[in-house]
Design a protein around this ligand. Structure first.
Ligand code: SAM
Length: 285
């Protein structure tokens, strides 16, 4: 069967693969100073946002990614009060972080305001917590924001960025991680989306561990989870701990979490932290 023009297709060169979604219509497309954003209405996955031709999120499956970038790191910290999100302009990660009653303040630093404005329009369910008095949206470069942050002023940093190209490139290297380490208080944790374990272990995940440790983080751990619309359908988040091993610090609190999720729970937390053999070998070598 060949695909007609009613399909959006993302080609993943490094995986030698492609992923397609059947679309009803292109709803919007614009070039911002940073990137090309497009919104589609798909047949089965709801609205789809792409940036520079790469899938960012769909209404059907974004809950897995946003929950897995937020809840494991927040339940690994003994008392997460001050949170920074870099990127994440669709506001899905912000919504999940704000579900935690212990969190007192969250700053979201997104470089491209248009991502957020389009998300308000086409993904309103992800933006429903934006008016929470604990949340502040800042439009600017996350790399610079962390450089300027007060030392010890944050408990958790979540990097919800695009792939390591364009404005996101610097988010994957030691100088940025050094600035994160300085901005984090004791027990501080960093969580970063780290691409596909099948396609990017050698090119992104392993170098990320190296850069984080070279920057001075004491421990690192990669979590994995399914993500149907991303290349290979399998994705990761990598945690880095400032001064203690990464543990499931608030396991009991998680077992009794006071909010609803659709994917994450205490059993998923334990399961996603089990490192597959090939990844363990790659990280040891
Ligand atoms: N879940 C998505 C994925 O993994 O493909 C990422 C979603 S989110 C839309 C990524 C956001 O990171 C984009 O809106 C982009 O503008 C933002 N971004 C990239 N580099 C950035 C930087 N240096 N500072 C702040 N935001 C940045």
């Amino acid at each position: 069967m060949t695909l007609d023009s009613n399909w959006f297709t993302e080609i993943c060169t490094e995986g030698g693969s492609a992923f397609s979604l059947r679309i009803r219509a292109k709803l919007h497309e614009e070039q911002t100073p940073y990137q090309r954003i497009a919104i589609y209405d798909t047949e089965k996955f709801g609205h789809l946002m792409t940036i520079d031709g790469f899938v960012m999120l769909t209404q059907r499956d974004n809950f897995i990614y946003h929950e897995m970038l937020s809840h494991p790191v927040l339940y690994s910290h003994p008392a997460p009060r001050r949170v920074l999100i870099i990127g994440g302009g669709d506001c899905g990660t912000l919504r999940e972080v704000l579900k935690h009653p212990e969190v007192e303040s969250v700053v979201l630093v997104e470089i491209d305001e248009r991502v957020t404005r389009l998300s308000e329009q086409y993904f309103p369910e992800l933006c429903e917590a934006n008016a929470d008095p604990r949340a502040r949206l800042h439009f600017g470069d996350g790399i610079q924001w962390v450089k300027d942050a007060e030392p010890g002023s944050l408990d958790v940093i979540i990097v919800d960025s695009t792939d390591p190209i364009g404005p996101a490139k610097g988010l994957f290297f030691e100088p940025f991680y050094r600035d994160c380490l300085r901005a984090l208080d004791s027990n501080g944790l960093l969580a970063q989306q780290s691409e596909s374990p099948l396609y990017h272990t050698e090119s992104i995940i392993r170098p990320m561990h190296d850069e984080m440790r070279q920057a001075g983080f004491l421990d690192t751990l990669t979590l994995h989870f399914p993500q149907p619309v991303y290349p290979s359908g399998w994705w990761t988040a990598t945690l880095a701990a400032k001064d203690s091993p990464v543990t499931f610090a608030r396991e009991e609190a998680c077992e009794n979490k006071p909010f609803a999720t659709r994917y994450y729970n205490d059993a998923i937390h334990r399961a996603c932290a089990a490192t597959p053999e090939f990844l363990r070998q790659a990280l040891m070598s």
